[in-house]
Design a protein around this ligand. Structure first.
Ligand SMILES: CC(=O)N1C(=O)N[C@@H]2[C@H](CCCCC(=O)O)SC[C@@H]21
Length: 123
């Protein structure tokens, strides 16, 4: 199995793209997330990604990352997932995510977290 390294460009079926800069010896990485969709009214801008992946196993690593939508939303997303080598030799990232929006009142805390899942392939 090929060793797993998330460095590079990824895209999902929403048309969002993620660029992972180089992955450190400890598995940490940073990058940029270009979301194609948003529930905010402000214009979308690239957002910083910080994350960590496993490096020790022989490939098909698990990872997590956080996206701070700092320029256009006061929400935060966290993704967890695993990289698989498809039978066609192509890598695919299966992820689940939590999107926490900022709510003005604690009374609205119950409805402030959305969840979903999504798959990324090499862009
Ligand atoms: C991969 C995936 O499903 N998603 C993706 O690529 N973009 C949307 C969300 C973008 C949030 C933007 C900021 C905001 O609207 O508050 S994070 C989960 C979802």
């Amino acid at each position: 199995i090929k060793p797993c390294n998330l460095t590079g460009w990824w895209e999902n079926d929403l048309g969002s793209k993620m660029q992972v800069f180089e992955v450190g010896k400890d598995g940490t990485f940073s990058g940029q997330y270009h979301t194609a969709v948003s529930s905010t009214k402000k214009p979308i801008q690239p957002s910083p990604v910080t994350g960590s992946q496993h490096l020790d196993e022989d490939g098909q690593c698990t990872f997590g990352f956080t996206v701070n939508w700092k320029k256009f939303s006061d929400s935060t997303a966290v993704f967890v997932g695993q990289c698989f080598n498809g039978d066609d030799g192509k890598e695919v990232l299966h992820t689940s995510w939590l999107l926490r929006e900022k709510v003005d009142s604690e009374l609205d805390d119950w409805k402030a977290t959305r969840t979903g899942h999504n798959t990324f392939t090499r862009a």
